[in-house]
Write a protein that binds this ligand. Structure first.
Ligand SMILES: [Fe+2]
Ligand SMILES: [Fe+2]
Length: 202
């Protein structure tokens, strides 16, 4: 029942991408360091959870029906992203290298997201159309498991990012990272949009 009502995994993936990019758009060179740190923390956490979900659920299913080059290229791109996340976490947000590392990370992410959205997701929608909703439900369950132990981290990043009013970006990154609170209080509708956004209180 829940599976049938779940948004497709491909729309969930698009939604995660949108939230990360929206948080990134709030990050500018003159953003206060404390807010930069909050935004970066939330972006990194969102990316880690998203990459793991794709690797566990989405890529293997696609690889089975289409064992081509692209899914082989996607994994090294995730690995590169994780390296940049580790570099970013080792820096202070007051360090000029912090901006450059974040921008390098987002350059890699935007490139990767463009390939996924123009090649991988349409391919999945052609080849796996009957399974996408069930896979979406699986992704939601797994997301809750992954984000549950990290809610403190998420809240810390949120608090910093919110301190000067970048609430929407923080909320976007939070949703991308977890969807945990949303998933526990409301259901995504069939178009992949989360119902009841007023729960965010903003
Ligand atoms: Fe990916
Ligand atoms: Fe992705």
């Amino acid at each position: 029942m829940f599976s049938r009502m779940s948004p497709s995994i491909t729309n969930m993936i698009r939604m995660d991408h949108t939230h990360v990019v929206a948080a990134f758009h709030q990050y500018q060179v003159d953003t206060p360091p404390r807010v930069k740190k909050g935004l970066a923390d939330n972006i990194c956490l969102a990316l880690e959870v998203h990459a793991q979900l794709e690797e566990e659920i989405f890529y293997p299913a696609l690889r089975e029906v289409s064992p081509d080059e692209f899914t082989e290229k996607a994994q090294p791109e995730h690995d590169r992203m994780r390296e940049l996340i580790a570099q970013l976490r080792a820096l202070q947000s007051t360090d000029p290298a912090f901006d450059n590392t974040l921008f390098e990370l987002m350059q890699a992410v935007l490139h990767h997201v463009a390939d996924e959205e123009t090649q991988l997701l349409p391919k999945a929608e052609r080849l796996l159309s009957g399974q996408l909703s069930e896979m979406g439900a699986h992704m939601t369950r797994r997301r809750m498991q992954l984000v549950g132990p990290r809610t403190g981290e998420l809240a810390g990043g949120m608090a910093r990012a919110m301190s000067t009013g970048t609430v929407l970006a923080a909320a976007g990154a939070l949703a991308a990272a977890g969807g945990l609170l949303l998933a526990s209080r409301s259901h995504p509708n069939a178009r992949g949009r989360w119902v009841n956004p007023a729960k965010w209180g903003h």
